[in-house]
Design a protein around this ligand. Structure first.
Ligand SMILES: [Zn+2]
Length: 387
């Protein structure tokens, strides 16, 4: 009997294991389906520094999250009009940081609505204004009767450009910017130009939990360029082994100096310089920073600056240079009919959340990589690295 029972148990054992395996498989499948439905896809950067991409399309309303969701969050905003421009919101612990506020003064409402979801106390601990072009500082540079973001938010530290091109100081928007900024300083904000940050050794700001905001050194903080873009304030966020780089609209010559003057690390995320222009994101910079993810703030395919298709943001040259490093390239907005003011979300508002170093991406638009979009297929040539 004992033998028989043992034999039976032995026979039953594989059945038992099979049942467990089948159950495990079913559970795994269900989890997989659930995860896919919720868009958790492995970004493929390895376990220690990897992350997920949210594959679901979401509305802006779905972007409301609890404050404790991530240690560090970086958001690239859509700007509510057909114009290319930058506005990056960063939240690190209790610090709310805004880099730029383009693209036009009518973007203020869009930006304010977005920020209101996250900045309940209406206080921005840091505001960085990269350079004196309206697609970057219009939101700070309103006329006296209209509220600028300086009016709508209490800004504690303002860091802005050290230089402007010759003659820029006579422009209305520049005068508006200075008036609005100086009013905020009079109300108690601390102000540094990027050059002052460097000269006063005030270029590294502790954001808590090991996160640092560093103003990088740049040749054109001290020297005037004929190209306003080169005056861009450049910022690096360090979060453990993850780094995030924001160079405004810095051009290739400025990038080359940036590489010379700073010990740049490999970066997890790079905001494409100058909206994916062919004159930025040069090889000298890219080979230092070797980005894993590149986000382009622009209205893709817009004729705002040129009618030459391949030079419209994001340009073919930019794509060709970035492609060897990553195909995780995302774009905020798509221009559908410039003449008739029509545009739509591409990836939309792009949100990157770091939780103990693990990244997850969320999109208010679709979650396709640039190379998988219809726009790309119709307007760009696939670089060799992406074939
Ligand atoms: Zn710009």
């Amino acid at each position: 009997m004992a033998k028989k029972r043992r034999r039976r148990r032995r026979k039953q054992l594989p059945v038992f294991i099979t049942v467990i395996l089948v159950l495990a498989f079913v559970v795994a499948l269900m989890v997989g389906i659930y995860k896919y439905a919720n868009g958790d896809l492995d970004l493929g950067f390895g376990k220690n520094n990897g992350g997920t991409v949210d594959n679901s399309s979401r509305n802006d309303d779905d972007n409301i999250i609890v404050a404790s969701e991530g240690d560090l969050e970086i958001h690239f905003l859509e700007l509510g009009n057909k114009y290319t421009g930058d506005c990056t919101y960063i939240r690190a612990g209790d610090n709310d940081i805004l880099i730029d506020a383009g693209s036009r003064t009518n973007s203020i409402k869009t930006i304010d609505n977005y920020l209101s979801q996250y900045v309940a106390d209406k206080t921005l601990e840091y505001v960085i204004v990269t350079h004196a072009h309206q697609d970057h500082y219009a939101g700070f540079a309103t006329g006296e009767k209209t509220d600028s973001l300086f009016d709508l938010y209490e800004c504690e530290v303002i860091i802005d450009f050290s230089q402007i091109t010759k003659g820029r100081d006579t422009g209305t928007m520049y005068k508006n910017y200075i008036r609005e900024r100086d009013a905020e300083i009079a109300a108690g904000a601390t102000h540094y130009t990027a050059r002052e940050c460097m000269e006063q050794n005030k270029n590294v700001f502790d954001l808590g939990d090991g996160v640092e905001l560093e103003i990088l050194d740049s040749y054109f903080y001290y020297n005037r360029s004929n190209d306003e873009n080169n005056h861009s304030v450049c910022t690096l966020i360090r979060d453990g082994s993850n780094n995030y780089l924001f160079t405004g609209d810095l051009e290739k010559e400025g990038e080359e100096k940036l590489v010379e003057m700073n010990d740049l690390p490999k970066v997890k995320l790079y905001k494409a310089g100058h909206h994916g222009s062919k004159t930025s994101s040069g090889d000298a910079l890219l080979k230092e920073i070797r980005p894993d993810i590149v986000c382009v703030c622009c209205c893709a395919g817009s004729p705002e600056y040129t009618d030459i298709n391949e030079n419209q943001f994001p340009t073919q040259d930019f794509i060709d240079r970035v492609a060897p490093y990553t195909d995780y390239v995302f774009v905020t907005t798509l221009c559908t009919d410039y003449e008739n003011d029509k545009y739509t979300s591409m990836n939309g508002n792009i949100r990157i959340i770091s939780k103990q170093g693990e990244l997850t991406m969320y999109f208010s638009g679709h979650s396709q990589k640039l190379k998988d979009t219809d726009w790309f297929k119709q307007n760009r040539t696939v670089p060799a690295a992406w074939k």
